[in-house]
Ligand binder design. Sequence first.
Ligand SMILES: [Zn+2]
Ligand SMILES: [Zn+2]
Length: 369
Amino acid sequence: MPHAGTPTAEIRRSTAVVVPGAGAPTELREVHVLPPGPGEVRVRIEAAGLCHTDLTARRDLSTFPLLLGHEGAGVVDAVGPGVSQVAVGERVMIGWKVPCMRCRRCMDGRPEHCEALQSTAEPRLLSLDGQPLTPMLRAGTFCRYAVVPAGGAVPLPDGVPFEVAALIGCAVATGVGAVLRAARVPAGASVAVFGCGGIGLSAVMGAVLARASLVVAVDLDPRKLALARELGATHTVDAGAADPVAEITRLTDTLGIDHAFEAVGLERTMTQALAVLGLAGEATMLGAAPRDLRLPLDARRLLGRQQVLRGCIYGALHPGVDLPRLAHWQRRGELPVERLISRRVTLEELPALVDGGVGDALRVVAVLA
Ligand SMILES: [Zn+2]
Ligand SMILES: [Zn+2]
């Protein structure tokens, strides 16, 4: 049924990657994607990244049936009433954390701390039996079409491939944003990054962009450490072979590190990120920790050494402002996001990867046919 005034806005049909319930295996389902509502945009997804958060969504999110996927890029297929930021046919990347620009913090100039994640007013996705689906993080990119708030469809500069743009919208935003936006690492600072997955390696690239003098990457996988070095890490520590705290203490001549970034979400690595800090050092936590994780904290050391412990979601950035900036850096060769992609798959291959894990793959991208 065509939507009045917008000839392209009929219902679209697609295969989608759905978690039916908390304990159920992921499956492929045929879905109907409705036209975008007021302030919304429907995007024809061309590439979608498989993020660690997709693998833990069943554990961390509670609304089912759940359509997975929150990293994506594609072409605007239809715009809802009142949308003027983007037009049909425009290439865009998905930003999943869109500030409302109306709450106290947004009006106070801190959209990165927006109190209200923008959401679709009513379900725009229906399974063929008429059941509404909840798109993960208001994105739901493991589907040919995604309906997102207009501010979450950010124009993509020419020359940046969709598969690269998909990663910029989450992993790269989170890692680079943490360094440049949240921690504001100054030139010459020393940096340690715990965990060299897509987010950790993005933090390494961010530290290089910030002109940090020392960039230490820590992981258990020698291949990820080798890539960290290629991306600009000055030193690497194989945590399976050496104690990262002792190694980093030695590398900093016992001064400790200025900025530590934790991109794993485990007690062990979080504790290490705090333990390597020097005077006035700052630890920024990026890893998605399980709900019940409680950290032992040396409160007296934190006070006496005037250290900072920070949690950071989505790189403390504003998608409309920062995602195009990241894309320009990629195009200029200063942010080699494409190096993070280790495997390309089809949409149909995703359920097995979500349930069975990605093995030693760094970053898997689904290219939609
Ligand atoms: Zn993600
Ligand atoms: Zn807000």
